[in-house]
Write a protein that binds this ligand. Sequence first.
Ligand code: SF4
Length: 318
Amino acid sequence: MPPSLNQDALLAWFAEHQRDLPWRQLKDPWPILLSEILLQQTQVSRGVVFWQRIFERYPTVQSMADSTEEEVLFLWQGAGYYSRARRLFRLAQVVCSPSSDGGHGGSLPTTARALEALPGVGPYTAAAVASIAHGEAVACVDGNVRRVMARQTAETSPSPASVQSWADAALWSPDAGNWNQAVMELGATICTPKSPKCTSCPIASSCEGRQEPARYPAPTLRRKKRLDLMCILRLDARGWPELVQRDATGILAGMWGPVMAESLDVDSLAYLGEVHHVLSHRDMHIRVWKGAVDSGVDPQSVPLSSLDVKILSLGGAE
Ligand code: SF4
């Protein structure tokens, strides 16, 4: 059974308690899309910093399309999951291509269905942008919504289809964007994974899982996969490192860094130490050796991931 939420109470709570996030003042779909893509795998506090930096440089989708992938990656440095930046750049190019070439002539599509056809846009992002920017009556489902719905219905392992149908049934269609943000905000700030603040919850009266919220939804055991890599940090006489561009796919997609692989010939090289880097689904251990190169690259001149910055500082690269 879908939860029977008190919509007025949730909307009133949201009006009073919502966090002051800069994109919430805007109805333009471009900054909203940028915020949704950034927040997919970045905490809100850091996401705001990156959003401001990127939106200042690219206030329109056209301004990003006119830029280069390398510059987008530069601005994305430190935000992680760099394939997002590459896909966003591709999206900008598709949107700004003429419609005769399959593009959208410089304007983001307005419906969730059309948005979902763009590079890097999944059902959640498409629904968020279409509802917030254009008021389309589509329900967003992210991790926060899933948790709220699982607790409201006291379901330990609801299927994605069930959660989507509950979210669809609960949607307040006169202002779907505001409603979606209200449910997500509740999940982010009140109905949190640990220690939910049920006494401050505006929809506690309909919550079937309120007595034992920690049971809903049942935690999914997602063990981080350990990844062991070797890296050779070769420096020139100035202290500049040899840097190569990473593959086009994967977590470091398109960024630059020292040579790194599962197996490297490190005979006769000096061992520097190990760098440990934790991502949401990866536990990376990189053993680093030091070597020499005739001519390195100025590390300020290319986009580097946080992991590569750690490796460079281990070796004292300039
Ligand atoms: S009453 Fe508690 S568990 Fe239920 S929705 Fe509200 S915060 Fe979540």
